[in-house]
Design a protein around this ligand. Sequence first.
Ligand code: ACO
Length: 336
Amino acid sequence: MDQADHASTLQPVRIAGTGSYLPEKILTNHDLEKLVETSDEWITSRTGIKERRIAADGESTSDLATNAARKALEQADIAPEDVQLIIVATITPDTLTPATACYVQEKLGAHGAVAFDVSAACSGFLYAMELAKSLIATGGRTNALIIGAEKLSAFVNWSDRNTCVLFGDGAGAAVLVPSENGGGRILSSHLGTDGRQTELLNIPGGGSCCPITIENADQQLATLAMQGREVFKHAVNAMKRASEHAIETAHLTAGDIDLVIPHQANLRIIDAIVDRLEIPKDNVFINLEKYGNTSAAAVAIALDEANRQGRIKSGDHILLVAFGAGLTWASAAIKW
Ligand code: ACO
């Protein structure tokens, strides 16, 4: 189930630029009080979320992804036509096929890039990072654009208070390149999957096993279904273990981590993890109060905000860690 990535003699890889994009429309907890039987007090105390962004009608996942990607490419000083690889992590693709990454390639004008999607839910951005890193490390590519992008508002049951208060739309991106001097680089990473728990969190309908038909059209089967309490327990355990794995493989200790950028699902989950890792709360980046859970986009957006706010300095050690449907989990220790 677990797959460790050993520190190796391969070409080191660093992050050369980050970007993010959030749709303009804000949906507050008070707005949700008018849709379902809930309260700002319940949502805030159980999750930490105060508001989330909702994509405009006609704005698709690839639009969000493209906007985030442009900012990351600009910061990395790489022209779209020079991009060699585009990986979009998403569970809310524009269409089942082709991949959302193909739409992004066209919108960016990055026609020289190989483009495909990965589906690993909230862990997707870190799965994409691992794939891109490996392709650069082995000399297959000299740069890669990785994007986490979601339009979850299109796959939420807006009459289910158990889930609709949790999610939001957005996108984050990063550009990976070889680290020529070996200074800033991805030190270690770790991916894991447990396919025995697919029932805990899924979108049951709309795929080949349960197509949407006239007969079941009113059952909202193409929306997120979650056993929240169970997911919560798995999330804490898996993210703690994944964090420890990435830290140890990088030959660091928790005390060396300058900033943790965790998946932004629930403040109580984040608090439980950093308490167990004995990392001070000041060293944890949190923005879930503004955006809710944006699944594959969450770590990517937080990384970009931390970067642009000057929370990450050259030489800092940062820890990225995520958990999502699958179940999947992932972590990476990075020297900036
Ligand atoms: N407003 C008011 N009451 C609510 C709401 C709401 N929005 N939602 C649920 N409730 C009620 C429930 O019906 C329940 O009532 P009952 O006791 O009468 O049955 C009560 O609140 C408590 O429900 P719990 O599910 O026990 O609440 P909990 O404290 O576990 O919080 C939550 C729920 C926020 C979903 C939490 O379990 C959680 O964060 N789980 C993990 C989610 C996560 O991390 N997902 C990550 C992956 S997402 C992905 O991959 C796409």
